[in-house]
Design a protein around this ligand. Structure first.
Ligand code: GLA
Length: 334
């Protein structure tokens, strides 16, 4: 086995609009961002050994691996999950991980680690197949029943574009971001999906679908037959959010940023009131942001229960947070 030094990196992602729609096959509009997880090292015959700049304890196991959920340290389970899903297609790898995506901030540090790992272990499948593999790996290794948005975004990012993704068809339509806007991410609080009520939301959406069929095809009028008020509100968020994603993509294309910003605020309110994934700190950060001159809109982004808000603003507006740019997908670096 050659000991040629290899380098792979995956961006994180921020979602502009369309949260908690992916696991019912709905629409999302995220972008890959210029914050990265990088894995440098060499291929080995059958040992995976990775150290992380964020943890003194490395992860080390032999291939093939059948119980990734038992691996330590905990972050190593994402690596092991990917190796387990790749089965006998996985190569060994000895290397080091570095990361500029804040961990636990809802910017897909987990999906970035999974997708960068798949590349490092020699995955050569398509971005859609890679994303599916990494989604399965996350479920298998840490038990989060996540949708496909994060993995698909970091595996398919396009520079200067957001991605309109149909999570049922798994089609991706890049939508160019206007030149005169900036996208700013503001960190609110650390959170972990593993210990959040994310899984409960997935179950509630499935309960709604048992009554009215796929939410991605439902109309607001059809929700009346859901008698449980909590399930009704979860479904109302999903159905209205899918429409907001469609409209937002149109407004980005036509440059109607004021209306696009308004949709972000509506999305935030729906996530707060109907889906109940926002927090008081996120609500007050959104209120503060949208009061700033030049801000079109703001909303919580990602799974919620903490994490970040995302702000769409005029390029000249003064807004607290990190400005992010849309970048290309995870890849091997020369
Ligand atoms: C997390 C999940 C995604 C998606 C978002 C909410 O980021 O990993 O699949 O469900 O939450 O939109």
């Amino acid at each position: 086995m050659s000991n040629k030094q290899l380098s792979f990196r995956s961006p994180g992602r921020v979602n502009l609009i369309g949260d908690h729609t992916d696991y019912t096959g709905g629409l999302v509009l995220p972008m890959a961002i210029d914050r990265y997880t990088t894995i440098n090292g060499t291929r080995t015959p059958s040992t995976v050994r990775l150290c992380s700049q964020n943890d003194p304890e490395p992860v080390e196991f032999e291939l093939p691996i059948s119980a990734p959920e038992k691996v330590t340290p905990n972050w190593g389970r994402y690596v092991a999950g990917v190796a387990a899903e790749m089965q006998n297609r996985a190569n060994g790898f000895d290397g080091e991980i570095s990361c500029t995506i804040p961990i636990g901030a809802g910017l897909s540090s987990s999906a970035a680690l999974e997708v960068a790992t798949a590349l490092a272990l020699g995955d050569t499948s398509t971005p859609v197949e890679r994303a599916k593999l990494c989604q399965r790996a996350e479920f298998r290794a840490v038990g989060v029943p996540c949708g496909i948005m994060d993995q698909l975004t970091v595996a398919s990012g396009v520079r200067d574009h957001a991605l309109l993704i149909d999570c049922h068809e798994l089609t991706i339509l890049p939508v160019q971001l206007p030149n005169d806007v900036k996208i700013v991410v503001q960190f609110i609080a650390e959170r972990k999906l593993v210990s959040s009520s994310y899984g409960e939301r997935v179950v509630q959406c499935a309960a709604a679908e048992k009554i009215i069929g796929p939410l991605r095809l439902a109309r607001l009028q059809s929700l009346a037959s859901i008698s449980d008020q909590t399930v009704f509100r979860r479904a109302r968020h999903v159905v209205s959010e899918n429409q907001r994603v469609r409209d937002f993509a149109t407004m980005l294309r036509t440059g109607d940023l004021k209306s696009a910003g308004q949709l972000m605020i509506e999305s935030h309110n729906s996530l707060d009131q109907d889906f109940q994934t926002s927090t008081p700190q996120m609500n007050s950060a959104v209120t503060t942001a949208i009061a700033q001159p030049g801000v079109f809109g703001a909303r919580m982004t990602g799974g919620g229960f903490g994490g970040c808000i995302v702000i769409l603003a005029d390029a000249t507006a003064k807004v607290d947070g990190w400005q992010v740019r849309a970048v290309n997908a995870a890849s091997q670096r020369d």
